[in-house]
Write a protein that binds this ligand. Sequence first.
Ligand SMILES: NC(=O)c1ccc[n+]([C@@H]2O[C@H](COP(=O)([O-])OP(=O)(O)OC[C@H]3O[C@@H](n4cnc5c(N)ncnc54)[C@H](O)[C@@H]3O)[C@@H](O)[C@H]2O)c1
Length: 508
Amino acid sequence: MLRRATPLSAAVRSLSSGFANITAPLNFWGGKRKASKERNNGENVFEPATGRVLCTLEPCGSTEVGQAVEAAKSAFGTWSKMSGMERARVMIEAAHTIEKRREEIAEMEVVNNGKSITEARLDVDSARLCIEYYAGLSSTLSGQHVQLPGGSFAYTRREPLGVCVGIGAWNYPFQIAAWKSAPALACGNTMVFKPSPVTPVTAVMLAEIFAEAGAPEGLLNVVQGGQETGSLLCHHPDVAKVSFTGSVPTGQKIMEMASKGVKPVTLELGGKSPLLIFEDSDIENAVRGALMANFLSQGQVCSNGTRVFVQREILHEFVDEVVKRTQAIEIGDPLLETTKMGALVSRPHLDKVLAFVEQAKKEGATVLCGGEAFVPSDAKLRHGYYMTPCVLANCKDDMTCVKEEIFGPVMSVLPFDTEEEVLQRANDTTMGLAAGVFTRDVKRAHRVVEHLKAGSCFINNYNITPVEVPFGGFKMSGIGRENGQVTIEHYSQLKTVYVEMGDVDSLF
Ligand SMILES: NC(=O)c1ccc[n+]([C@@H]2O[C@H](COP(=O)([O-])OP(=O)(O)OC[C@H]3O[C@@H](n4cnc5c(N)ncnc54)[C@H](O)[C@@H]3O)[C@@H](O)[C@H]2O)c1
């Protein structure tokens, strides 16, 4: 079980990293936590803030994946027959529990992911809001009535798909589990969720919370593991849909696997999003926006606006302010209230991000600040995965740092002269997850957004994700949407019923 050294109350919080040991099983199906039988192939899971081993991941094999899918299939029989109002009641109860356990869930997210406690609390809130939002929508699912000649008519029914699979990335472990399960469950589906093997700790808490809220056994199940477990889920004949969040190459494999069973997919993939800052911007807000677009979650955010295009007239003023504020970001123990930037998720990932900075230097970019490994003064954090947030200048469009998703705290600044030029450069990428524009000219803002080839666009802000609003990408950044009303369509199917009121007019 989770052992904690200090009480939970936020008022008396004095937690610092290194307090948690996790020994409870992290799989969950049929209403209970389950240990994997294949214990001999366990992998270490690390606490990013300290580099300590946090727990062991026991990947599920085909038997256990089969048991989890079977549990979900059995729960589907009950859950799909409940009315939307009945499903909403369970979901609202789960949301209440999340609100009560907010601090504990956020702490576990920090322990496993390394992001700051302030951000982790917002992630837990987003998860709760998403469940509340879809609880509200679950009783609104309805069809259409179509009058036909001779008194005949047709109607449509919106029906669930069946057992849905969710596969998550490591950057928002609890939030991703909620963003996938909430719309799926609201529509009457059940789910088997597989978190990233790097962050296995909090998804199981969500499954437990649903079970405690009165969900039928098997409503939300969690299996742990990496690509093998994920692939077993995608190929399982009783799985009706796969919803995936992760990198483009894995997304391509998921789509290929799902295609074998003609299963629909939702793909939330990577990005290399542009942020356009025009000379008439409110510079203070543009600087804040650029920091929000680059340094949340140590830069490990899919929608990050890492290509910051700045109109030449304000380049120096903007860059001076961005660098000053970037250097002031407090890096350290992510469980401390004062920390603004915690640790990156793993040692290999930190090394990868630092290598991108080295490559940028080799290709001619200038490091204005950061880009180095950081060792906090607290001895217990010495082996954590920290780096200083980095701003790169003298960037060119064909440099690796401008073309590839770094997924770390590295901002590339690119000067531009005209609107036409910047739009062409901003769209010159195979990705299209997000984009942002800062300007005081309302006509320009909307004109620019119309031409930006990205699924989520921001005017005079960045990285805001209210759950009422659809989120997802164009081009290779994905298929389908999460959040908002439209997601109901991605987790349900339409049945048309034709009703004859006259005689059959046979041609034979
Ligand atoms: N668009 C979004 O909403 C969004 C959100 C968060 C992260 N991301 C993207 O995720 C990436 C970082 O996350 P990551 O490193 O965890 O991604 P990843 O693609 O390496 O892994 C994602 C998940 O897929 C699983 N997986 C890997 N290979 C698989 C296979 N062959 N079959 C089935 N499952 C498999 C992993 O175990 C993990 O759970 C970045 O590219 C980021 O942009 C996108």
